[in-house]
Design a binder for this molecule. Structure first.
Ligand code: 5AD
Ligand code: SF4
Length: 441
């Protein structure tokens, strides 16, 4: 029986990490992982539900696969959209035979075995309870890279009015600290130099179960332990929440040499009125004071964010406040999203929706600001020598490599393949909106 699987991943880094774990579980279950759709007889789409567009893309893809000469392939939908839509997917994507939510990943090999045996069956499992949480630690030993993701928790206990994630991923659950440390040591022994700790709200790690020590939260305790791991040179994390971004974490930037000078801190809106309607439990002033404190410790720290434009009830004044705050903070990177109604969220009930054209216009304005401040930041790097962790060949050009500075700015330079995985010094000579160009020194 053919057992060749191709996994296509949509959505966030958490999904990417889970697809990687899934490939290990599948291989242990006797499946072969392949890198293209056409050489697979099983295609699994690990999906995202965060915006309507993300769902539409994956549904379109599943229907496209199920046509023509691909009709025989077994298609499965996994991840957040599977959890969110469940049974409804049977109508939207009639040829999909496996629908499994993000908490039930461990069951996938067993389900595939059953589906391969019985061609008329369809399996839906969107139970919320996880079966064996240890699967989160599985990495493919042949694919260990210089920079790796490590999940430290799952789920989210917040109630942001726009967000589907608490529904798709359930309540917070934390991995034991020693398991995480063990996993990072294991990666470091195999050449990993940089880890990105992942969670919906990483700075909530352990908050409801583990004690504070010396006024340090469990998350900061975890960072301190990762700092001690030999071979790990850089620590990143995604994403923190402004609410729990307290002085212990801010201080860590001055104390932990491996903590990279970059913070991705989702703001969502620069208007207190909209933040309140979004049920984000902080005010603009609190957000700004975190940034000020971080810049006091590392003046050149890179600050990126997520923003939503066109949330229900967002007036021109609210949007102006967002623009002014953007100009004040000068985020050097940002992801701007047009608000998308998500069924089952609190904001779905709101009736003062913003017309599409206004969302579009606000989106463009903020995108221009992102580009402006990103260029400004990149310009300030010209002439500096930066330590770059070389990750891969660059997409364009022969003998071109790419890697990242500690601030998480992409750098392209000439070099040979043997440099991949190494930390090297690059003098920055040119810049674009989102990329730096330099020369090895
Ligand atoms: N509409 C638009 N953007 C959203 N996000 C989350 N939910 C929505 C939604 N309903 C954005 C937030 C979040 C990022 C991952 O996606 O900015 O930080
Ligand atoms: Fe990730 Fe959220 Fe999309 Fe789920 S809905 S894949 S948690 S971004």
């Amino acid at each position: 029986m053919e057992k060749r699987v191709y996994i296509r991943t949509y959505g966030c880094q958490m999904n990417e990490r889970e697809s990687e774990s899934l490939s290990v579980i599948l291989r242990n279950g006797g499946y072969e992982m392949v890198s293209s759709e056409h050489s697979a007889n099983i295609i699994l789409l690990n999906t995202c539900s965060v915006r309507e567009q993300a769902e539409a893309k994956a549904i379109g893809k599943s229907n496209l696969i199920s046509r023509g000469k691909n009709r025989e392939k077994l298609v499965g939908i996994l991840g957040c959209m599977a959890q969110n839509l469940g049974e409804i997917l049977c109508k939207k994507s009639p040829n999909t035979r496996l629908i499994v939510g993000p908490n039930r990943t461990e069951k996938i090999p067993t389900y595939l075995d059953q589906l391969l045996r019985d061609k008329n069956r369809r399996i839906i499992d969107i139970e919320m309870g996880s079966i064996d949480r240890d699967f989160a630690a599985a990495h493919d030993e042949k694919k260990i890279k210089a920079s790796m993701f490590v999940s430290i928790m799952r789920g989210c206990n917040m109630h942001c009015a726009y967000c589907i994630v608490p529904k798709t991923r359930g309540p917070e659950w934390y991995r034991p600290m020693e398991d995480i440390i063990h996993e990072i040591q294991w990666l470091a022994e195999r050449g990993t130099k940089e880890v990105t700790l992942l969670g919906q709200i990483v700075n909530n790690y352990g908050i409801q179960q583990m004690p504070f020590m010396d006024k340090k939260s469990p998350f900061v305790q975890l960072l301190e332990k990762v700092q001690e791991i030999d071979g790990i040179c850089r620590i990143r994390f995604l994403s923190p929440h402004p609410k729990g971004f307290k002085f212990d974490l801010i201080d860590a930037y001055g104390k932990l040499s491996k903590l990279c000078p970059h913070v991705h801190l989702p703001l969502q809106s620069g208007s207190d009125r909209i933040l309140k309607a979004m049920r984000r439990p902080y005010k603009v002033e609190q957000f700004s004071s975190i940034i000020t404190a971080l810049r006091e410790i590392i003046p050149t720290i890179s600050i990126s964010t997520d923003m939503i434009v066109g949330f229900p009830g967002e007036t021109e004044d609210d949007f102006r406040a967002t623009c002014e705050l953007f100009d004040e903070i000068k985020f050097d990177m940002g992801f701007i999203f047009k608000y998308s109604i998500r069924p089952g969220t609190i904001a779905e009930q709101f009736d003062d929706h913003i017309p599409q054209e206004a969302k579009e216009m606000r989106n463009q304005i903020l995108l221009q600001k992102v580009e402006y401040y990103s260029r400004q930041y990149n310009e300030s790097m010209i002439g500096k020598v930066k330590e770059v962790l070389v990750e891969s060949h660059a997409k364009r050009g022969e003998q071109q490599l790419e890697g990242y500075t500690p601030e998480h700015k992409k750098v392209i330079f000439s070099g040979t393949e043997d440099l991949i995985g190494q930390l090297i010094n690059i003098k920055i000579e040119q810049y674009g909106a989102s990329t730096l160009f330099g020369k090895r020194v």
